[in-house]
Design a protein. Structure first.
Length: 262
């Protein structure tokens, strides 16, 4: 694998849907979605550079550079009008991809994400993350980072899933973690990209999300075709409310995308 090569899963046939994972995550986040949706669609789940099995490239990276890499990957696979759905950081990458690919994409989805740039409080948090990781490393950081992303008082089943996500997060490379923290901190506002994108647009938000405040999410409702809020759900709705999220994605595809792409 060369330094620009993306590791990915590819399952099913038909209309391609690309799921992009978030910060300190990997393609394994989407295994249940691959199984549930691959009988109807072609599901592709890449590892972002420095995450999962995708090699790290350079000491620094921008979201625009990540979008270019994924755009090349999409072209190499000859994917026509893919639907791109990104969680958190994956949503930021999705919007950067929409900016350069435009109507080459059939639709986009933001999953606990935002088109807004970081405000000053969030920038300060990113800088604190950099300081902490440089002092203590990846493993100690993710142990403090992952649990608050979920709803409080998880049951045994959700706790087991949280433990699995934590193990995945610990595999994130140190340079990848640092570089993507900077890339998220320094990203530009892409609300105009979301507003002007001509394909169909979806957003799924969590009402108790501490990473993407629900008030910010609600400001996106007028910019998308299909907006849905998950009650009693934190930042990890695709894990916390898996069945409901699959239902919402199915409705988005049926109501907006499938008809448009026929």
């Amino acid at each position: 694998m060369n330094k620009h090569e993306i590791s990915y899963n590819d399952k099913g046939h038909g209309q391609p849907i690309i799921f992009i994972h978030g910060f300190c995550e990997s393609k394994e986040m989407w295994l249940a979605y691959e199984d549930a949706l691959s009988p109807y669609y072609r599901i592709l789940t890449p590892d972002l550079p420095g995450h999962g099995e995708s090699m790290w490239m350079d000491e620094e990276i921008t979201l625009e550079e990540v979008a270019v890499i994924l755009g090349v990957w999409i072209d190499e696979l000859a994917l026509e009008k893919p639907i791109v759905i990104g969680h958190s950081l994956g949503g930021y990458v999705t919007l950067a991809l929409a900016e350069i690919m435009g109507d080459e994409l059939g639709g986009i989805g933001l999953f606990h994400s935002t088109a807004f740039a970081d405000d000053q409080d969030k920038i300060n948090t990113r800088n604190k993350t950099l300081d902490f990781v440089n002092k203590h490393g990846v493993e100690k950081f993710v142990k403090s980072f992952v649990p608050p992303l979920f709803q409080d008082n998880p049951d045994a089943e959700l706790q087991e899933k949280m433990d699995y996500i934590l193990k995945l997060a610990q595999k994130t490379s140190f340079p990848g973690l640092v570089a993507f923290t900077k890339a998220m901190r320094d990203r530009k506002d892409r609300s105009n990209v979301l507003s002007n994108f001509k394909g169909k647009k979806m957003m799924i938000a969590g009402q108790t999300d501490t990473a993407i405040k629900i008030g910010d999410s609600r400001q996106h409702e007028k910019l998308v075709d299909f907006y849905f809020e998950l009650t009693g759900t934190g930042h990890m709705g695709m894990i916390e409310r898996e069945a409901k999220c699959l239902e919402v994605i199915g409705k988005f595809m049926d109501r907006y995308v499938n008809e448009k792409l026929v």
